[in-house]
Design a protein around this ligand. Structure first.
Ligand SMILES: Nc1nc2c(c(=O)[nH]1)N[C@H]1C(S)=C(S)[C@@H](COP(=O)(O)OP(=O)(O)OC[C@H]3O[C@@H](n4cnc5c(=O)[nH]c(N)nc54)[C@H](O)[C@@H]3O)O[C@H]1N2
Ligand SMILES: Nc1nc2c(c(=O)[nH]1)N[C@H]1C(S)=C(S)[C@@H](COP(=O)(O)OP(=O)(O)OC[C@H]3O[C@@H](n4cnc5c(=O)[nH]c(N)nc54)[C@H](O)[C@@H]3O)O[C@H]1N2
Ligand code: SF4
Ligand SMILES: [Mo]
Length: 709
């Protein structure tokens, strides 16, 4: 019998947009996933995580049915229950808490942006709870929010060449998607292609990444110093009159103030701070300003510091003054298809449902007002409250797609809170995790191979079809579960769709397409237009690019970017640096894993068997350590165990540790989560005052040999 034709769908193994082919056997069972060579988004690329999709979905450890805890928390005993029972128990409990204590006593924590995002915030807010928590303060949202207040939209590097122009100069600024596969809704392989085409490639990264090694210019800066680099580049561009005079005159506010502000920040000022030579800073600035068009792929390397928000603004100002906003091959605002309803919170904030919260409910958010530009409820502040009960302790916490003991800071207090303090915890996941071990109810989530979807969460540049090709056990799409519970709790105003299918049809309705018609398409694009500001202005209070931010001034924050030294560094805390002489970066993404995901998966573990800390070979020798030695990374806050990896691309006093590492095979309930958890190395003391970001890539540590102690 002839095998059926492969099914074309889109992968959701990360934040990429790769289109893939799922190959079926004669019985219609998926057996293999390959890249789709005809895909306009990924042109045949597939990474190991995408290729492992079936291995993940059908893994023997996959959660298959709803479970209810029996016996004590952490005792490892659960019983199978039906979906009906699980949902009825949850609805009853949520309703009781809403009546007895108030809706804010039910909190919803999600992980990074995944399909559920279009309903999670909406659900919490419609229920009346402002306590909607995500890792967004450390990820992507500092750039989204700083962009929103500066230009009114999220600029995206125009590497796909919709306007028929490729970037001449590309700068990677704390972004490594060519090596990690994808980020921010863009395929790393397509970024790589654009890098090959660009005349100039500038990489600002403390590590010599693959892209840095091939770049025209690698600015190997000290971690955490990137705002100083951006300010000095602005100094050169404005000082040498290399800025786009017409754009600045017609479309920016505050240029004179900016020019006066950056006068003090010369390359000579920045060189000792960044460790990049003044000549290299000048060269980078001149190249960026003189190449038309130019774009900057900015990434998580600039989100995770106490100066993330200001840095995001400084990078954006570089693009504004060089006239690269919304031009072909520059940094563009994507035009989404008019005839599809957008479910992207980046485009339509109402998706998150904040309009359903009353001002009184908003004011009850844990940490309300602490960080003026934080997205939602600030994750570390939230977990502190769960632990201490100050200002109050939520009674129910629903963890959807997050493994907070591994990926948030201070997993120790999160574990204690879940075990000893929170009355009712629900976990929705694919697998049993250290957090799920402490849950009262566990809900098995559907994998992307098990979902029909209209994919445009990031709204970076396209809408893609996703098709359900399999069903494992009783797993359910998180959104189906949220929709069902919303109806049980009387939230039909916010969730008017009777079921998932009708929601998808509602999204497609203006186009007149049915889901099968949509699914038969490769991609749906809007009619891209550039320089939209010429007719619409910029979506800011002044209608222009606010080089001097009126919104920040109003919030009592510096309206022009300033450099802030990392709180723990050889400069800020020289005494501490004698005991902790190395600068520690954590959590640069690695190709095989998606944060804590993939550690059960053989094909992925084969690619990286152990958690690593990358160290310069001379530093290893000076420490008397061999390549591959088991070491302890120690900070003033904690310690974790890794395997040393000699890496000549590191600066001698900078090391880089993997994050989110755990051992699913180790005994429950901990599954070895404490052993190599980079996030135990951070306290809850230092935050970005604007958005609440944490210095995950710039603290101090020392390295000790495990064998000799
Ligand atoms: N030290 C350090 N820490 C970091 C970072 C860093 O750079 N350094 N990076 C930070 C960043 S950028 C982020 S975004 C966060 C990520 O933080 P998280 O999102 O909490 O990280 P994941 O490990 O991806 O956890 C996701 C869990 O969700 C499950 N899951 C996956 N897909 C789905 C789904 O569709 N539905 C459901 N219900 N479950 C699903 C997975 O099995 C896994 O157990 O980590 C942050 N933590
Ligand atoms: N394979 C894989 N892909 C992923 C993920 C994953 O876990 N695995 N996670 C997804 C998520 S949630 C995110 S947020 C994205 C993040 O993806 P990216 O935006 O690429 O972020 P990172 O890999 O965290 O860091 C990018 C680069 O920043 C550099 N960097 C670190 N500190 C600094 C600094 O102080 N200054 C500068 N200029 N650079 C610095 C690092 O050396 C690194 O090379 O990736 C997404 N894609
Ligand atoms: S890069 Fe991301 S979207 Fe692309 S194949 Fe890999 S996991 Fe899937
Ligand atoms: Mo992220």
């Amino acid at each position: 019998m002839e095998a059926p034709r492969p099914i074309r769908t889109s992968c959701r193994g990360c934040h990429g947009v790769c289109q893939v082919l799922v190959h079926l056997d004669a019985n219609g069972r998926p057996v293999k996933i390959t890249g789709d060579p005809d895909s306009p988004t990924s042109k045949g690329y597939i990474c190991p995580k995408g290729a492992a999709g079936i291995e993940i979905a059908t893994h023997p450890d996959r959660l298959l049915h709803p479970l209810r805890r029996v016996g004590p928390r952490g005792g490892g005993r659960f019983e199978r229950i039906s979906w009906e029972e699980a949902l009825a128990v949850i609805a009853r409990k949520f309703e009781a808490i809403r009546q007895e204590s108030g809706p804010e006593y039910v909190a919803l924590c999600q992980g990074t942006g995944r399909p559920y995002t279009e309903f999670t915030g909406r659900f919490a807010h419609a229920f009346g709870s402002p306590n909607f928590i995500s890792p967004g303060h450390n990820c992507f949202l500092p750039r989204v929010i700083s962009s929103a207040i500066t230009v009114g939209w999220m600029p995206v590097a125009d590497i796909y060449g919709q306007g028929g122009v490729s970037p001449q100069c590309m700068m990677l600024f704390g972004c490594n998607s060519p090596e990690t596969g994808a980020s921010d809704g863009m395929c790393g392989a397509m970024v790589k292609r654009a890098l090959h085409r660009a005349e100039h490639v500038i990489v600002a990264d403390p590590r010599r990444t693959g892209s840095a090694a091939r770049a025209t210019l690698h600015l190997q800066l000290r971690p955490g110093s990137e705002c100083a680099l951006a300010l000095a580049m602005l100094h050169v561009i404005i000082g040498e009159n290399l800025h786009d005079q017409a754009f600045v005159r017609d479309w920016c506010t505050g240029f004179e103030e900016l020019a006066a502000h950056v006068r003090a920040f010369s390359p000579e000022w920045a060189a000792p701070i960044t460790r990049v030579s003044a000549d290299s800073i000048r060269e980078a600035a001149r190249t960026l300003a003189r190449s038309k068009p130019a774009c900057i792929l900015w990434g998580n390397g600039i989100d995770t510091s106490v100066n993330a928000f200001q840095t995001g603004r400084a990078v954006l100002l570089l693009l504004a003054v060089t006239g690269n906003l919304d031009v072909p091959g520059g940094m563009v605002q994507w035009v989404s298809p008019k005839r599809l309803r957008s479910k992207s919170p980046l485009e339509n904030h109402d998706v998150l449902g904040e309009q359903f919260l009353s001002p009184e409910q908003k004011a009850r958010m844990i940490g309300a007002g602490r960080f003026p530009f934080a997205p939602g409820c600030h994750q570390p502040t939230f977990w502190d409250a769960c632990h201490s009960g100050v200002p109050y302790r939520p009674r129910a916490v629903w963890l959807i797609g997050t493994n907070p003991m591994l990926t948030a800071t201070r997993g120790d207090i999160i574990e204690e809170a879940l075990r000893d303090h929170i009355e009712f915890t629900i976990v929705s996941d694919f697998f049993m995790t250290p957090a799920a071990e402490l849950a009262d109810i566990i809900l098995p989530a559907a994998h992307w191979l098990e979902q029909d979807d209209v994919v445009n969460f990031h709204k970076i540049w396209c809408v893609l079809p996703r098709r359900k090709v399999m069903q494992v056990g009783e797993t359910r799409d998180d959104r189906v579960v949220l929709l069902d519970l919303a109806h049980r709790l009387g939230l039909s105003e916010a969730f008017p769709w009777p079921d998932w299918k009708s929601y998808l049809n509602w999204l497609l309705e203006p186009s007149g397409m049915s889901f099968p018609e949509f699914a038969a398409k490769d991609i749906v694009l809007g009619d891209m237009r550039y320089r939209k500001y010429e007719t619409e202005g910029f979506h800011t209070p002044s209608g222009r690019v606010e080089l001097v931010s009126s919104i920040m001034a109003k919030a009592g924050r510096p309206p022009l970017p300033v450099y802030v030294e990392p709180p723990l560094s050889p400069v800020s805390t020289p005494e501490l640096a004698t005991a902790f002489p190395l600068i520690l970066m954590t959590g640069c993404k690695t190709l095989p894993f998606f944060h804590s995901e993939g550690h059960q998966i053989n094909s992925l573990k084969r690619l990286r068997a152990h958690p690593r800390v990358a160290v310069h070979p001379e530093t290893l020798t000076a420490l008397g350590l061999a390549d591959g030695a088991q070491v302890r990374v120690v900070t003033p806050h904690g310690q974790a165990t890794f395997f040393a990896k000699a890496d000549a691309g590191m600066l001698p006093d900078v090391v880089n540790a993997d994050h989110a590492w755990w051992y699913p095979e180790c005994p429950e309930p901990e599954h070895g989560w404490r052993k190599s958890c980079a996030n135990l190395l951070f306290g809850h003391e230092h935050f970005d005052p604007d958005c609440g970001a944490e210095p995950l890539k710039c603290v101090l540590c020392r390295i000790e040999d495990v064998a000799s102690s």
